[in-house]
Design a protein around this ligand. Sequence first.
Ligand code: N01
Length: 530
Amino acid sequence: MSGLRQFDVIVVGAGFAGLYMLHKLREAGFQAHVVEAGSGVGGTWYWNRYPGARCDVPSIEYSYSFSSELENEWRWSERYAAQPEILTYLEYVADRFDLKKDITFDTKVTAAVWDDAMKLWRVDTDQGNGYLSQHLILATGALSAPKTPELPGIENFKGAILHTAKWDARVDIEGKAVALFGTGSSGIQVTPPLAQKASQLTVFQRTPNFAVPANNRPLNEDEWRQSRATLPARREAARQGFLGFFDVPRAGAAKDDTPDKREQRFNEQWNAGTAGLLLAYEDLLVDEESNAHAAEFARRKIAETIDDPDKVRKITPQGYPLGSRRMCSEIGFYETINRTNVALVDVREEPVTGFSAYGIRTTDHHYSAEVVVFATGFDACVGAIKAIDIRGLEGKSLREEWADGPHAYLGLAVPAFPNLFTITGPGSPSVLSNVVVSIEQHVEWIARCLTDMRASGKATIEATEEAERDWMDHVHEIAQQTLFPRADSWYHGRTRDGRKVFMPYVGGCGPYRATCDEIAAADYRGFNLG
Ligand code: N01
């Protein structure tokens, strides 16, 4: 195997997860190397450069907590940081901890094969260079493999085609007729800037989402100073809390309050950010009746912002509980939909039938378009992992193992794939939490595991099938106690025969952390160490 560089650990991806993983492994004395497809660090924040891209978790919470020096050096400018600022932050982190010298950029990992005789992973890339490593850590991100729908006749289209997650800023939108597909978090953010530049924007919507006002603002000095004083305690509360956020749900059940009190509380929470309304009562994600009150309130608020009754009808979310699909936050989205140069097409009542050279045909109309923008999301939780041809014991393929729905012990490890770890993998809180909190927890657990293995002279670690089965049963049971399974959403994977598999763990960040720690303390119960 000459020509292959050998490391203790190869980490795939240089976003929030990969950067901290590299730092932590180095600190623990491992020879680690990161392979990254992009030309720079940042992961999702490197690729998602569409106009309006912004984090909808408050900046102070959506940042690393592992270094108090870093916390003191960095000053966020807004309550919700825009993509350029987050990317600058991650570049700053990479420089501050001198991480780039151990990252190979512009290189995509294409395959990884476990060599059971050597107890090593052989990692191949699209650049022809490869690696050998004892451990392989996938820091590939849960929302990083963009999805584009297969639309009839799209090959006839002669204009430019963009995806929000692979934005090409060279495409000029000024004065053009633009078609946008998708009204999830990305579509809702990109709509206002598109409408400002385009001569005409046509939004093709399939499922309307609930969006609440982002209520973004500059972080003033007072607010910043106060946040410093309370930061350590609030960080700890987030680690031990349910969703990894500073704010927690308010006590009580919505259905038990009087209509006046409920209205008052919903109004208080309406401007409290992305999860604000969901935090109005502690039962909103588990009780249908309470949730229906919150959903009705949100529908009324949305209707107040739009004049055209037809647009209101189309854009009002119906048929699923509030919060069972990812809540979106908006800065001028509904106002923009209200504009006369913005058309809203419901593709369920008016399906797309084809494309012309510069337009889109539906069953009812032809809409002009010189640019098509897809804000159609990601192959969530698994797409970036399945894009790599990963072969474990006896040549088992991870893609095939997951063809019937993804499964992993603690969302961290899969039987028959020794020494392979997935950061924020399926079966962990991941996308249903403040993901930076979840990333830090996984990184620290993996570093501890590798350090313990080294201390006890163990070369391999592999999750057992029984532990994984029990864990995934638990993930499923907990999800069934909530309203999440009541919606079609990207939180679900699919089995071969089309059944839904709920992917994130909704038992809470704090309890999940305690379980992981307890398993480590019990000599890594559920894992075979060899
Ligand atoms: O993707 P999505 P996203 N015709 O999957 C629609 C995070 N994020 O990139 O719902 C028309 O949510 C699809 O319709 P449907 C955040 O966690 C965070 O927006 O499948 N439409 C849906 O409306 C978020 O949840 C931030 O029926 C079609 C949209 O495309 C996650 O990333 C910003 C269609 C896809 O929405 C993903 O968000 C951005 C078709 N043929 C993202 N096919 C912030 O922090 C699909 N759609 C703010």
